[in-house]
Design a protein around this ligand. Structure first.
Ligand code: LLP
Length: 432
């Protein structure tokens, strides 16, 4: 999917029809570039594909993948809803003017302040994670109000993905298990509470999932649970949120399934299954994050040099680090890259791409064939739109890169590059 790069006559990569050297000239490196049209196209793929003549649906963008004010505006324009998981994400969304009724507030450990903020701003749906949170929220909600809530359930499905991004094993910290008898009691309490409008369940089984079957298993298990709840408690589950997790293409080892085929098909399966179980098909919600932004993102780095170690390893040094690219160190994630200013040059040698951080684990790409790089060549790493900018840090007091949207030959700066002054903004002197 990602390999249809567009290369101009100067042998340079173009992103959103903008020459990468133009981007570097105007914004410097390291730089995150998002192809805005690609993000919008993915939003439309989800909206158009996830439709059914009977089943009602809703697409919620999981903002943890990539969020800032412009992204909120884009998501609002495309007509998706928004999943936030912290006061910070909620604040950004509210501040951008995102319709609060279309925000879902998630998280396994929401603070009292965050819950108060959600109530004060009339956030559309609060997804309750556990009994403690239910108690906390019921003490906070005003008597004369009715708030829309869902309950996060753990259906115990094992998605085949990295352990750190898998979320529904039995000992997961998220949600309440459908196998735990106490869950039934909690559902009854939520349903009976006069201030709560209990609409249904939420679940999320993990991220970067390539098997259609994992989603099917999730849907069927959850529907069976809905039928069980209806039978045991007489409560109709009106909405079922199946979470996110749709895989993206990083290297040729990744084979995401076709959303165009999968999305309508799973709705059909859900509808048939509901009929078989004798329940009214609930409204189905999904929460893609990565699949919307990953492949739209590129990180641009300037190469400062190379080093062949005594042991024979070849390093390429770039002006970024694990602080702007943590996924390789954290999940052993694999990436593809090119020299953006020498796209058609012959690849000659295997390199490890590393940055400026004082860590042996500061690896951006472990193995990549490249043309012999020269100082000031431009390294472009592909598929860095999800969980890169949002997971970046100031480790080693490195500055966070700027973020630029590029599309139809135009660019727009959406996040400024940090300055050294920004680093001092929250510091307070001892003052002695
Ligand atoms: N909904 C909930 C409740 C989630 O926890 C997540 C992701 C999503 C939706 C969106 O999942 P996606 O469609 O993006 O796979 N930092 C990790 C990914 C962690 C995902 C956490 N939850 C990474 O870089 O791979």
């Amino acid at each position: 999917m990602s390999n249809n790069w567009s290369v101009n006559q100067l042998n340079h990569l173009e992103i959103g029809e903008v020459d990468v050297l133009e981007l570097v000239k105007n914004y410097g490196t390291p730089l995150y570039v998002m192809d805005e049209s690609k993000i919008r196209k993915q939003c439309k793929t989800f909206l158009n594909g996830f439709q059914h003549h009977i089943v009602k649906t809703e697409i919620i963008y999981a903002s943890k993948a990539f969020l800032n004010l412009s992204m909120c505006e884009l998501i609002k324009e495309e007509g998706l809803s928004l999943d936030v998981v912290s006061g910070g994400e909620m604040f950004t969304a509210i501040h951008s003017g995102f319709p609060v009724s279309k925000i879902f507030f998630h998280g396994n450990n929401k603070s009292v302040e965050e819950l108060k903020m959600a109530l004060e701003h009339r956030i559309g749906t609060i997804v309750i994670d556990n009994a403690d949170e239910f108690n906390r929220l019921s003490l906070l909600v005003e008597k004369d109000r009715k708030i829309r809530v869902m309950l996060r359930i753990n259906p115990g499905i094992d998605a085949h993905t990295h352990e750190y991004i898998r979320t529904t094993k039995n000992d997961s910290k998220f949600g309440v298990s459908i196998f735990d008898p106490k869950t039934l009691f909690l559902i009854q309490l939520i349903h009976n509470h006069p201030s709560f409008d209990f609409v249904g369940f939420h679940s999320h089984i993990g991220s970067q999932i390539f098997e259609e079957n994992s989603f099917k298993e999730l849907a069927v298990t959850n529907l069976k649970y809905c039928a069980h709840i209806q039978k045991q408690l007489g409560i109709e589950v009106k909405e079922l949120n199946l979470g996110g997790g749709f895989g993206a293409h990083y290297t040729n080892e990744d084979h995401p399934f076709s959303l165009e085929t999968f999305l309508p098909k799973i709705l059909d399966t859900i509808h048939q299954e509901s009929i078989g179980l004798g329940i009214k098909t609930p409204k189905i919600l999904i929460e893609p994050g990565r699949a919307i932004v990953a492949e739209a993102g590129y990180t641009l780095y300037t190469i400062s040099g190379t080093k062949e170690t005594f042991g024979g390893k070849n390093f390429v040094f770039v002006d970024g680090s694990m602080a702007d690219h943590i996924r390789t160190a954290l999940y052993q994630a694999k990436y593809n890259a090119s020299l953006g200013n020498r796209m058609m040059d012959k690849v000659e040698k295997n390199y490890t791409v590393t940055g400026k951080a004082c860590e042996t684990g500061d690896i951006i790409i472990k193995d990549i064939m490249l043309p012999i790089p020269k100082e000031n060549d431009l390294l472009v790493v592909y598929s860095t739109g999800a969980y890169h900018y949002s997971m970046s840090s100031n480790y080693n007091r490195l500055l966070k890169p700027a973020v630029v949207f590029a599309s139809n030959g135009k660019t727009k700066l959406v996040v400024k590059r940090e300055t050294y002054q920004d680093l001092l903004r929250s510091d307070i002197r001892l003052g002695k």
